[in-house]
Design a protein. Structure first.
Length: 402
């Protein structure tokens, strides 16, 4: 039986932003290790929302704001997808007047309010010594803010777009790529049966990793990504060529949701609504590309129109159970976080770099943007991944920072 050290303080965990497979394994790894080291573990519900909305009153029912975690609880959820403590895109530093919790309405009356002071008081009320946020650059950017205010933060990167700076890998990316490849292969039978061009839209608001890796693995003939505006005529020409060379007379293109065509109105596919982090909402570029290819196809196919099949993968790639990598990496990340905490170290982001687990200053999250290096990895004339050598490359090739 594992040795349990004497009682220590409390560690709080939260998951913010979009759900991905691998969150529950991370929560499980942190909890089991922390409990055996003598810490109490608290799961903050619904990302930053739970700790922001908490009522500092022993008589208050805060069961929907946080929960005390046990081995029994985390073992039940540890092999499943999603996050059992739930998530949200709440940003406590930018809370609209209408969304200010009732207990604070007399104090915060501006149209946009910064409730960071209340978040810190709520963490103190719960006796939290260390905070472990698991999320993408948006969630973790607020973790950077709290660290600057004196909160002991150790962060874990999560996003299926794999675009958190400072790390080669974010929880959720492998499962996303795995599912994308599987679904591309599934849809090939329909594309081949009807001799069509298959257009598949994948997530990727600013970075094209989720389109590039499946294409490199052979799931698609071409891909278009946010880092480079594409010419619809050139894309159609290439796909018609691919279709002609294929004995089953079909071809496949992956389209990142943040991609843009040359000549396209910048706001064509951007919703006027924005999320709490100020990001305009994207979506639907795949359908536009599909329509454009069908429209242009007679020009490059001897006057014959080529029909298309359009599919937006959306949440299908982020739901369900994690794959092997998203079961192993979260376990390692959780233990890395505890390694730091046991040494009294905070203000760090646990990372994978050059094939090895490591950690980096937490403010690397807000220092830069992580996108595809076009010159190194993307052929702008062929709309497909480009590489000279795989020697000494990271596991997922173009995901490194060097």
């Amino acid at each position: 039986m594992a040795q349990t050290n004497k009682k220590k303080g409390s560690i709080a965990i939260l998951t913010g932003g979009g759900d991905v497979p691998g969150l529950n394994p991370a929560i499980r790894a942190i909890t089991i290790r922390a409990l055996r080291e003598g810490y109490q573990v608290i799961g903050l519900r619904r990302g930053w929302a739970g700790i922001m909305e908490l009522v500092r009153d022993k008589k208050a029912d805060n069961s929907d704001k946080y929960m005390v975690l046990t081995e029994e609880i985390v073992n039940k959820a540890g092999r499943t997808g999603g996050t059992f403590i739930h998530t949200s895109r709440t940003r406590p530093s930018h809370v609209l007047k209408a969304n200010v919790p009732p207990q604070y309405k007399d104090k915060y009356k501006n149209e946009v309010n910064d409730l960071t002071e209340e978040v810190i008081k709520n963490l103190e009320y719960l006796g939290v010594e260390y905070l472990i946020p698991i999320g993408g650059d948006d969630t973790l950017s607020y973790g950077v803010r709290l660290y600057s205010e004196g909160v002991k933060v150790v962060a874990i990167p999560k996003t299926m777009d794999n675009d958190v700076p400072g790390t080669d890998y974010c929880i959720g990316f492998s499962t996303c790529v795995t599912r994308t490849i599987q679904m591309c292969n599934t849809l090939r039978t329909s594309a081949g049966s009807h001799e069509r061009i298959l257009v598949i839209e994948v997530f990727g608001r600013y970075a094209g990793f989720t389109a590039m890796l499946p294409t490199m693995a052979g799931a698609a003939n071409r891909c278009v990504i946010p880092e480079h505006k594409f010419d619809p005529d050139l894309l159609t020409t290439l796909l018609i060529e691919d279709r002609y060379k294929n004995p089953s007379h079909y071809s496949v293109v992956l389209v990142s949701e943040g991609s843009k065509m040359i000549g396209m109105n910048e706001r064509t596919l951007v919703n006027d609504n924005k999320d709490v982090y100020g990001h305009s909402l994207h979506g639907g570029i795949g359908e536009l590309v599909s329509d454009k290819i069908r429209e242009l196809s007679p020009k490059y196919c001897n006057g014959q129109r080529v029909n298309t099949i359009y599919q937006q993968l959306g949440y299908l790639v982020r739901g369900g159970d994690p794959d092997a990598i998203d079961s192993i990496v979260p376990m390692a990340y959780g233990n890395l976080a505890l390694d730091l905490i046991l040494k009294g170290i905070h203000g760090r982001l646990v990372v994978l770099r050059n094939g090895r687990y490591d950690n980096a200053p937490i403010d690397v999250v807000t220092s830069t943007n992580k996108v595809i290096d076009i010159k190194r990895y993307y052929n702008v004339e062929r709309y497909r991944p480009h590489y000279k050598s795989f020697e000494f490359q990271p596991l997922f090739i173009m995901t490194g920072n060097s």
